[in-house]
Each structure stands twice: as C-alpha cells, then as structure tokens.
Design a protein around this ligand. Structure first.
Ligand code: FES
Ligand SMILES: [Fe+2]
Length: 369
C-alpha cells in the first residue's frame, strides 16, 4: 500500500477513494491500524471481582479479559493452544477457563492447568502452552486492549486527555446506557465527518443555532484531537441538549469533544460523558456504539435526563447518517478520487488522514511472535 500524502494541508489531497471502497484496504487497515492501536473493549466494572471475565471481538481477533486470583486484570486471545477452540464465551465469573472443544483448562492468569489424556504426547512444554497474552490498560471507567506488543502505552496514546479532563471526574462516572447504530458507509467516512465542524451549518441547522460557529476550532495532538465548540448564551447546553447542570466555579468551562485514533470519540460535558466507538463491519458498513456515563447515574431523575440527551443525540446522528451514506455513494463514483481540505475548517480530518497514511504506508510493523 502506498499513496502520496502532502506534509502541508495547503497542498494536500484527501485519501484516495479506494481506501473507502475496496475490501482489500479494510483488511490492511485491520492489520496495520486496528491491530496496532488501543481499542476500547469495555468497562472496568465488568471485571470488578476476581474471576469476572468478558469476551470481545477486536477487529476480527477473539479476546477475553479477566480479573485473576491475584486481582490483576489481564487479557488473552480467546484461542485454545490445542486446536483453537474458545476458552470463554460471553461473560461471567469463573475460577478457570475450560476450553469448549476438548476441555483443556487454563488458570485466570492464562497458564495451562490441565490437558486431559495428553500423557503420551512428547515434547510438550506446558509453560509454553499458556494463552497468548494481550496488553490491557484502563483509564477511568474504560478498558482498552492493544494487540501490538510494541505499541506506545495507553498513557502515551491519550497524551494530555486525562489531565485536561481531570475536572470532569470521569473516574467517578457510572455507565448508564448503550445505543447502537448501523450505517452504510466506510468507517472513515463517519470519522471524517465527526472531525470537522465545517458541515454543521448545512447538515445540522438546529445545532448550528446552539453553538458559536465562528469560535469553533480543532486542536490536534500526536494520536488525538480536540474540538472546542463554545455554547451560545449564558445557559450551557451542549451536544447532549442537557440543561440541568449549571457550571460551578471549579467546573471546566466548556464541552470537550475528543477523538482518539483511530475509532474512538469521547464527548465530555459537565457531569456526563459519552463514548462513541466506530467499528467497521465491512468496507461499506459501520457500527457505531454510543455509551453514556453520568456522575449521578444512580439518582432517579437521571432516567428523564438520559431520555433528553439521547433524543437530541438521535437528531444529530440521523443527520450525520444521512450525509455519510450519500458520501459513501459519491466515493464509489467513477467521477471521484481525491478532494482538498479547508485549511481553516478541516485540519482535524487532515490530521486523521495523515495518521492513516503513517500507519498504512510505513513498512515498519510488528507481528506478534
Ligand atoms: S481446542 Fe481447546 S481443548 Fe481442544
Ligand atoms: Fe455531524
């Protein structure tokens, strides 16, 4: 895979349309982008107790996350070392993993405990037959894995985000709701769209009235970016359409919309956060998983508040889905290959495309041994 990408946005062309329309490009992205970056897989509360585990698909790789007897959270490929059966299904609490094929048994730290009827087999080093480990790290309530043993740490990936959001007390927020949408477009069409405010006046007239468009800007970092969109008027409202919180003297001033390469959006607002994970289902189908967290998730009024937040989010999402599905058709057209960027409004999209270029076209990449 190779394509030119200009190091200056003023001269740059957008990604070639084949990257959005060719199934072979998605296969390469799985290997070079999704298998090398930190992927949100769940929440720390899903493995709160010793023996808690859950399974997850990480860009086609089956993974299991578990809290061991020593209280450590670990992740493994959910692939038995015998003949590749699954050692765990869905989620639950167990003391050992027993493979669903022939019953090999593993401890929660991944080590092989028992392989039935294997006495005659020669040259079996049991220690070498442990489940293959996967890196796992957490931030606040969120759990991430990375399939690349040589990737930078999650901390390095997130950069300043934990410090910049410290005032929002994300670590104290509780999960409240999940909502999925399926969209007929390549995953990058959806991410591109998220990363600019340029389309807001045309695609989201309702939202446009709420925000100070002239002050809207995108700040980029090594593996992430931040969109600032000041809210009009004295009363804070934000993307979530939420009016209950009045900013206190110690509260951070505005909503923060982060994106973390390649496929995670974090929308942080007073007392609430939503994550949006963008999962490619195929080259032209994408699943977006929204999850909401609240500081006061347990109080009774929260249900009503959640309904409001979700309703406003739905409106915006429907408008984005409409345009993204049309853009996918446009990218398929024989008439189109590459476009240009607005220097003022599309620096976030350019930054994303530069990272895609870096990960796809740099030939230094590691495969796990
Ligand atoms: S594949 Fe797991 S025990 Fe055979
Ligand atoms: Fe949008």
């Amino acid at each position: 895979m190779d394509f030119s990408f200009n190091a200056r946005i003023e001269h740059a062309y957008t990604l070639p349309s084949a990257l959005y329309t060719d199934p072979a490009c998605l296969a390469l992205e799985r290997e070079r982008v999704f298998h090398r970056t930190w992927q949100l897989v769940g929440r720390t509360e899903q493995v709160a107790r010793i023996g808690d585990y859950f399974t997850v698909d990480v860009a086609g790789e089956p993974v299991v996350v578990a809290r061991g007897a020593d209280d450590q959270v670990r992740a493994f490929y959910n692939v038995c070392r015998h003949r590749a059966g699954p050692v765990a299904l869905e989620q639950g609490n167990r003391q050992t993993f027993v493979c669903y094929y022939h019953g090999w048994t593993y401890n929660l730290d991944g080590s092989l405990r028992h392989a039935p009827e294997f006495e005659e087999v020669q040259d079996v080093d049991r220690r070498a037959m442990a489940l293959r480990p996967v890196r796992v790290e957490s931030w606040g309530p969120l759990l991430f894995v990375n399939l690349d043993p040589d990737a930078p740490s999650l901390t390095e990936f997130l950069g300043d985000i934990p410090q910049r959001t410290a005032g929002h007390r994300i670590g104290e927020m509780r999960w409240a709701l999940r909502k999925d949408y399926e969209i007929a477009c390549n995953w990058k069409v959806y991410v591109d769209n998220y990363l600019e405010g340029y389309h807001i006046p045309v695609v989201h007239p309702g939202l446009y009235r709420e925000i100070d468009y002239d002050a809207y800007r995108v700040e980029t970092f090594r593996y992430s970016s931040l969109q600032h969109s000041p809210i009009r008027g004295a009363e804070s409202r934000g993307y979530g359409g939420e009016r209950r919180y009045q900013p206190g003297p110690d509260d951070p001033p505005d909503a923060q919309y982060y994106w973390v390469f390649p496929n995670l959006m974090l929308n942080i607002y007073l007392g609430q956060m939503s994550t949006n994970l963008v999962v490619p289902l195929s080259h032209d189908r994408t699943l977006t998983i929204f999850e909401w967290y609240f500081l006061d998730a347990d109080v009774p009024e929260t249900r009503q508040k959640i309904d409001q937040v979700v309703k406003f989010g739905d409106e915006i999402q429907d408008e984005d889905i409409f345009i993204c599905e049309h853009v996918q058709r446009g990218l398929n057209s024989r008439s189109y290959d590459r476009g240009r960027y607005s220097v003022k409004r599309e620096n976030g999209v350019y930054h994303f495309h530069a990272l895609v270029h870096e990960f796809l076209c740099s030939h230094v990449h590691t495969l796990e041994r």
